[in-house]
Ligand binder design. Sequence first.
Ligand code: OSB
Ligand code: MG
Length: 378
Amino acid sequence: MKDVLMQINEIRLHRLRMHLKQPFLTSFGTISEKEFFIIEVIDDHGTIGYGESVAFTTPWYTEETVKTVEHIMEQFLIPLVFQQSFHHPMEVAKRFHTVKGNPMAKAALETALWDLYAKRTKKPLWEMIGGIRSEVEVGVSIGIQPSIKTLLDKIDAYLQEGYRRVKLKVKPGHDIDVLKHVRQAFPTVPLMVDANSAYTLNDLHHLKKFDEFQLLMIEQPFGEREFLEHAELQTVLDTPICLDESIRCLDDVKLATKLGSGKIFNVKIGRIGGLTEAIHIHQFSKENNIPLWCGGMFESGIGRALNISLASLEQFLLPGDISASNRYWDADIIKPEITHKKGKIAVSERPGIGFHISYREMERHLVERKTFKNKNIS
Ligand SMILES: O=C(O)CCC(=O)c1ccccc1C(=O)O
Ligand SMILES: [Mg+2]
């Protein structure tokens, strides 16, 4: 492979605020807008790589927030990117190890460096990371609805559109009854639930009732550190457990596998600190026949494009939470927007993430922009 050397001269952080078309209700509360950063890294050739930070304004999902991501990038990660030139984004991912935790901040910058690297080597990102699929299967994650009727209508509409799997958010008091109605109306649809840690081991017998609904999996019933409790649940549950919030790195996948805490893993680039760690998790999962799928964080088009690249890897065997742009946004910030055909999204054959940013759309949602120049260079 042609050897490239990248030196980052400038980094721009664009803080955007975009309104979701419809508010999304989880076991924690309602989300009606998304505030996030679009990252631009510019190298000595003038090539630009794009990344997106996925953290929310409040720490309801994991501990990072928009503000902590900004702080960690500004004070620690950007200086590490500027420190010296590199041949491969994995070198910078390694530099980031000196900063503990903060995976979403790391991923935001690291993914931008991957996009840059793929553009410099003139390859699509999905191909660069070893993807094998020209299109990826996608499903929808549906928030808690005001009534069963609204939920059934929504599911119907998404299935008509072609989405391949339905994920429902559940919580205590909003589970079995909902599942009964959904299974009655849609007896064979590929269905799963996500609890975002809303249950405890005390709910063991209640959760056992989920087995009657032929669910593909139950996602993150317990707290993020409750590897032992998840393992105990899995011994009584036939439905496979999938871990989301619990998985921050490859070691968590190894631990969960060893203990039997889960049989399937939801991979989110932000939650695990970037594509480098995702590639390592993928390798381990392939060697051990563990099914993976790509989760979502209400990303704009940049984050969505990164997710599509990830989902093209071999072991991503189940449909991802990767909806088309128009499910969440009136207008996305990339061109072309992401669309699906019968629940499949095609990867882009263009270099890098394969989409152009629309600066006009980005300006419309801009809250603040910060520019950092590399002072190590003359
Ligand atoms: O459609 C999406 O982007 C994913 C929706 C979703 O379920 C979700 C959205 C935000 C934070 C956490 C989760 C989750 O998978 O738990
Ligand atoms: Mg989840």
